[in-house]
Write a protein that binds this ligand. Structure first.
Ligand SMILES: Cc1cc2nc3c(=O)[nH]c(=O)nc-3n(C[C@H](O)[C@H](O)[C@H](O)COP(=O)(O)OP(=O)(O)OC[C@H]3O[C@@H](n4cnc5c(N)ncnc54)[C@H](O)[C@@H]3O)c2cc1C
Length: 321
């Protein structure tokens, strides 16, 4: 058993389920699990964290933490770690986790493994797996030397159990000094999509260069909206201006690990696979039976996406009725 801190990522008072996956994984392994929530007016999340298994919840609340600012959040999480004195610190491998944890690991002199796709605990030690060489191989990682063990874990890697809604949190507040910060947020420009982010969604429908235009992505959006999916894209589609960069999946885009990834007209270049090969089920639709994406697909549809995708959407609509 170890003392584990899980950083609960929240935006606008809504926590990421990937954080609760880590709380549940730690608690179910019998660890003393501490959830740390940073923000402003976030006390409402304390019970949620307890319901996924946190033994103790620590709140760091300040008007200056209302919006995510790397420098301020790093100070807050560092203060929490110094206060709780854990053996292990976990965070989701999201854009926030990717920025925050390396900074904090320096502040607390911890060892950090990023982008892990599996975690387990044995005798107070973290055991991790992480993809290397763009996902072509997997490394098993364990820390040596007895210092603080830290890891970021890819969302959807460990699964989310049902919360125990009878539980309430034992929450305490931790203070943080936010004076003399060197950065501040001037403005946040929000995307206008109501769909989930590709890193969060349990189903991702992605399209490639073969969509030929931004307008043609409408057929993928129809499928995505029917099944509650996010819309992703290859870099070729993004470079062509069909989709914004935030939708790009791959080595220089986002890394996703959904329950189901539907690749439509995507060849399966190594840089694309680096961002999606850990998806649980991969469906590929491609006119070329030799397309590399078929080598990792669980379901291979050799066909024209402009016919197959609308047909799929119709079938899902019928199933929903
Ligand atoms: C340093 C570096 C970083 C990179 N990072 C990324 C990254 O993050 N993400 C990424 O995706 N790429 C990345 N790339 C680019 C990558 O190498 C590929 O060029 C890119 O993924 C190809 O995109 P695509 O599959 O959409 O296009 P293409 O390779 O052109 O493939 C189109 C596919 O669609 C099929 N097709 C054509 N018409 C139809 C149809 N009507 N119906 C069904 N199938 C059809 C074709 O058979 C083909 O397989 C990176 C490259 C480099 C060098």
């Amino acid at each position: 058993m170890a003392k584990v801190v899980v950083f609960i990522e929240q935006r606008e008072g809504k926590a990421k389920k990937a954080s609760y996956e880590l709380v549940a994984a730690s608690a179910s392994a019998g660890n003393e699990t501490h959830a740390v929530i940073v923000g402003d007016n976030i006390a409402g999340l304390a019970n949620e964290a307890a319901q996924f298994g946190a033994n103790k919840v620590h709140l760091i609340q300040d008007a200056g933490l209302k919006m995510y600012l790397g420098e301020a959040y790093a100070r807050a999480l560092t203060a929490a770690i110094k206060n709780i004195n854990p053996e292990i610190v976990l965070a989701a491998h999201t854009p926030m986790g990717k920025e925050l944890m390396p900074t904090v690991s320096v502040h607390v002199n911890g060892s950090l493994a990023t982008d892990c796709t599996s975690i387990s605990f044995s005798g107070g030690k973290l055991q991790l797996r992480r993809p290397i060489y763009s996902g072509k191989a997997t490394a098993e990682v364990e820390f040596v030397g007895g210092g603080l063990q830290m890891a970021t874990v890819r969302p959807n890697s460990v699964g989310l159990p049902k919360p125990d809604t009878s539980k309430t949190a034992d929450a305490t507040n931790i203070a943080v000094d936010l004076s003399s910060l060197k950065t501040k947020i001037l403005e946040v420009v929000k995307g206008n999509s109501a769909r989930p982010d590709v890193t969060e969604a349990s189903v991702v429908v992605s399209g490639g260069r073969s969509l030929k235009s931004a307008e043609n992505f409408k057929i993928l959006e129809d499928l995505a909206d029917t099944v509650g999916a996010a819309v992703g894209a290859s870099r070729a589609a993004v470079d062509a201006g069909f989709r914004p960069h935030r939708d790009q999946v791959g080595q220089t885009g986002k890394v996703v690990s959904p329950a189901c990834y539907i690749a439509c007209g995507i060849s399966g270049a190594i840089q694309h696979l680096a961002g999606m090969r850990t998806s649980k089920v991969i469906v590929a639709i491609n006119t070329d039976p030799q397309a590399p994406i078929f080598q990792i697909a669980d379901y291979a549809v050799v066909g024209d996406l402009f016919q197959v995708v609308p047909a799929l959407t119709n079938e899902f609509k019928k199933l929903k009725e």
